[in-house]
Design a protein around this ligand. Sequence first.
Ligand code: ZN
Ligand code: ZN
Length: 357
Amino acid sequence: MNHFNQIAEVLESQNLDAMLLTQEANRFYASGFHSSGTDGVALVTKTKNYYFTDSRYTEAAARHIQNAVISEAKPGRGYVTLINEALAKQGAKRGGFEDAYMTVADYELYRKNLRCELVPATELLLELRKVKDAEEQETMIAAQRIAERALGDILKEIRPGVTEKEIAARLQYLMLHYGAENMSFDPIVVSGPNGSLPHGVPSEKAIQSGEFVTMDFGCIYHGYCSDMTRTVAVGSVTDEMRRVYETVLVAQKAGIAAAAAGVTGKAVDGAARKVIEDAGYGDYFGHSFGHGVGVEIHESPNASPRNETPLPAGAVISAEPGIYLPGKLGVRIEDVLFLKDCGCTDITLAPKNLMIL
Ligand code: ZN
Ligand code: ZN
């Protein structure tokens, strides 16, 4: 899978002759090939695509990348030379670059040495990546299924005495075991009073009876991320725990019911937020309803109070409201949604009614 063509097709509308891609996620999106960190440059022009890398990746790049000329950077014949040769061949005068990601040092290097005008164009890639094609969606479903299998196993292991760290370690092992390439992010496992930390770090605290355990995790499969959160109770729940849980669940369902192409991120967020506010917990839901997911765990578009742009069909967003009572407890439930012209598809199949283990 690669997206050279999609990028090439939008160059004209941005008055660009070429797009220079150095950020890892964008390079992967364009080429379908992962090489770590800053090692590699993809160059998309209207008629030809190029991928420049060094000897550590040349063979792998040649195996994975289709529809691109692959060249190896060597001492004395570095990226600048290779890019300049390609620009000259294509007669490219205006090259877009990732102003949101390129370091100042790299920018200065390219600005001084490339034979083209450099035009800020991060948005071009972010806009394209917002909309997932059928192959991307299939890959994301596969990534989601791996996370769900791991969840199914871990639910049998959660009991008083097991620590947050142990659960986090097992989740990572299980996802890798079921085929994940990596984690989308370090799993969040928080229990009892730690649950009020939305992005708490798993600790050596042991789970106790009468507590919630919140697990937020996901994996990368064929370069695409999954993301899910489940909160389960151990032993028993108080009336308050039940009330908070049910409020979050109803809020999540309200957000999901509102989610569709053409609706603003703000409206989707607002549908869920209203449920939480009406239940009196408005002050305890600080983050937004959801974020885009794809090659990166957080990408455009957001379902947040600040996003007044209509969400496009094909966007993939998380649905993750939460209530966090400081020092006491927290609940978050998170699914991933594919947005369609009429509504959305919730690709997360794991059950989410209150579970007491
Ligand atoms: Zn998450
Ligand atoms: Zn998320």
